[in-house]
Design a protein around this ligand. Structure first.
Ligand SMILES: Cc1cc2nc3c(=O)[nH]c(=O)nc-3n(C[C@H](O)[C@H](O)[C@H](O)COP(=O)(O)O)c2cc1C
Length: 333
């Protein structure tokens, strides 16, 4: 028997919001969780006092199931274990850990020993099977996704392959979902829920820069490109972004093109920085990393996060447990 994502994470609806570093602050995460889905705050490189401040706002802003997103390959194994220990120590049991890419074995043990849920986003069948064997909610990311890419498969091919190999695992589809109709297609491929990134970039509570939000609203699928040019701070991984003057001509000098703030600390933004422009960023916004999925083609309005959740809740499973056959039949038509 398969549990829906809502059943596993204690939600009203099987919808996960991606923990997007810089964009998904506690305002967005809490708004999504308070609306009955799984909000998630981007932890990115935060540690110590800055991470504590974020965790305090998160747990004060919602008393429901919510996540903290961390990125193993950005911080490395030692720093990741430190971040995880801090999250486990400073938050209640309803806070789960969400990882972009596979953490080390010791991290699965660390989270399980604390009785918490793990969510792992993967881009290959091999990683998905591994994460499922460790009891994680497996987020299957397709190449349609906005942001950094973990594999090369199309979303529903990966979902279908994982469904066949790990029939009882909770598999969540990610990448290119910009409408409830597209979510329905992912469910028909075998998913137990969906994760949305780009659709929440434009939410009122997102911290994305207003010009980044407008660019997503105005974009079509064909305005996105896969590139590796935004590599300062997160090297060695391809990402899907809106095409910019920088993706068109990557041979420009790596000089500073803006300023930003993270948890109150000022930073200069170099051209080719992996950091997204937020409401605290100034400078040449249109040249920065505007991560955006194929989903943009179906996203037309800036709305409150609760409206996004309500629209998708109409097609997504609630907390029920059903057989694989029943679920496949309910979304096939
Ligand atoms: C602006 C932006 C920032 C992102 N940052 C993160 C991140 O920090 N951590 C993470 O796990 N995924 C991140 N992602 C990727 C998402 O988890 C997910 O794979 C993607 O958004 C799904 O495709 P969609 O954007 O078409 O919904 C980001 C995506 C976007 C659009």
């Amino acid at each position: 028997m398969r549990a829906s994502a809502a059943g596993v994470l204690g939600l009203e609806t099987s919808l996960l919001q991606s923990g997007m570093g810089g964009v998904a602050g506690t305002e967005l995460a809490c708004a999504v969780s308070n609306a009955g889905a799984a909000g998630c705050a981007g932890g990115y490189k935060l540690v110590g006092g800055a991470l504590s401040a974020m965790l305090e706002r998160l747990t004060e802003g919602t008393d429901r199931s919510v996540g903290v997103n961390l990125i193993p390959e950005v911080v490395g194994p030692v720093e990741l274990r430190r971040q995880v220990a801090q999250v486990l120590h400073e938050t209640p049991e309803r806070v789960h850990l969400s990882f972009f890419g596979m953490p080390e074995e010791a991290v699965f043990d660390q989270v399980a020993a604390a009785g918490r849920r793990t969510v792992v986003q993967v881009g290959t069948v091999e990683d998905g099977v591994h994460a499922a064997a460790r009891g994680a909610v497996v987020v299957a990311q397709g190449v349609e996704a906005g942001g950094h890419l973990l594999g090369t498969s199309r979303r529903d091919d990966l979902v279908g392959a994982l469904r066949a190999l790990v029939p009882d695992a909770c598999v969540v589809a990610s990448g290119g979902i910009g409408s409830p109709e597209e979510a329905r297609r992912a469910l028909a491929a075998g998913a137990d829920g969906v994760l949305l990134g780009t659709a929440f970039v434009v939410a009122h509570e997102s911290r994305a820069h207003p010009r980044f939000k407008s660019a997503v609203i105005g974009a079509e699928e064909s305005d996105t490109v896969i590139t590796d040019v935004y590599e300062i701070g997160w090297p060695g991984r391809r990402h899907r972004v809106l095409a910019t003057a920088v993706t068109a001509d990557p041979h420009q000098p790596a000089k500073f093109i803006g300023r930003t703030e993270v948890e109150g600390k000022p930073y200069l933004v170099p051209r080719f920085s992996a950091a997204v422009p937020t409401e605290a960023t100034s400078g040449r916004i249109e040249e920065m990393a505007l991560y955006c999925g194929h989903s943009c083609g179906a996203i037309a309005d800036q709305v409150p996060a609760a409206d996004v959740v309500a629209a998708y809740a109409r097609v997504l499973p609630g907390a029920e447990v059903v057989s694989s056959r029943e679920r496949a039949q309910s979304y096939a038509g």
